[in-house]
Design a protein around this ligand. Sequence first.
Ligand code: NAD
Length: 261
Amino acid sequence: MFLKGKTALITGSTSGIGLGYARALAAEGANVMINGLGDQAEIEANVADLVTISNAGALYSSADMTKPDEIRAMVADCTAQFGSPDILINNAGIQHVAPVDEFPDDKWDAILAIILSSAFHTTKAALPGMKTKGWGRVINTGSMHSLVASPYKSAYNAAKHGLAGFTKTIALEVATQGITVNCICPGYVWTSLVENQIPDTMKARGLTRDQVINDVLLANQPQKQFVQVEQLAALAVFLCRDEASAMTGANLSVDGGWTAQ
Ligand code: NAD
């Protein structure tokens, strides 16, 4: 329980990878504030579960990651309840798949806001507390699409490449202050985000569901299996350890070999 007394704020953590991070950090004793959309009863059950896991605090913020005022209020609320976040994980994300000349303007704006701009607003609000304590961990969820591209995902690839650059920049800014900033770059992980993009990909490429899974999603994933949420969560926990204090500004691939090609 090496995170006892520490507080983690995780955006986009009502499901999938973010909830996996929350559970893994709670298992090390951290207070956690989760955030995201979803069914209220399910969210409340997840919060109760986190308290059981950590024997510490757990709270939920409904802040919309497209709204800077709500993001600032979320960080302030976390600070008021638990103290300023020691660990910030920028994980919220959405996807939309379409050729760029048909890409809806509102989807472009939402993807850039939720994946990239929200990380700016959370980091700006949370860093002063980390600087005061002389310790902090910022972990961004990038993607193999932070490093390489696939067609029909212009907004997502632009936002995730942006997050990779943001990670490096902030790592340099706080390099001497006990704060590390890294980006975990998963390959395909079986979560609702992947499940939800299958129908659009079927439409955009004229493929069946099985063809999308095997010939598109896993086609370039050399291990031919999905990354597991628990594998990403274990890396996030390691990044919080003292042994990881020299790791900063890194875009860390956990992608079954995708970006080795
Ligand atoms: P997911 O859909 O389970 O999780 C996305 C989270 O973001 C949810 O909690 C959702 O409620 C939240 N969210 C969406 N819009 C929001 C908003 N406006 N405000 C606040 N929260 C919002 O999917 P996931 O796969 O767990 O995705 C988590 C992160 O991992 C994303 O950044 C995604 O891009 C990244 N990622 C996923 C994969 C994959 O294959 N699943 C691969 C690489 C990277």
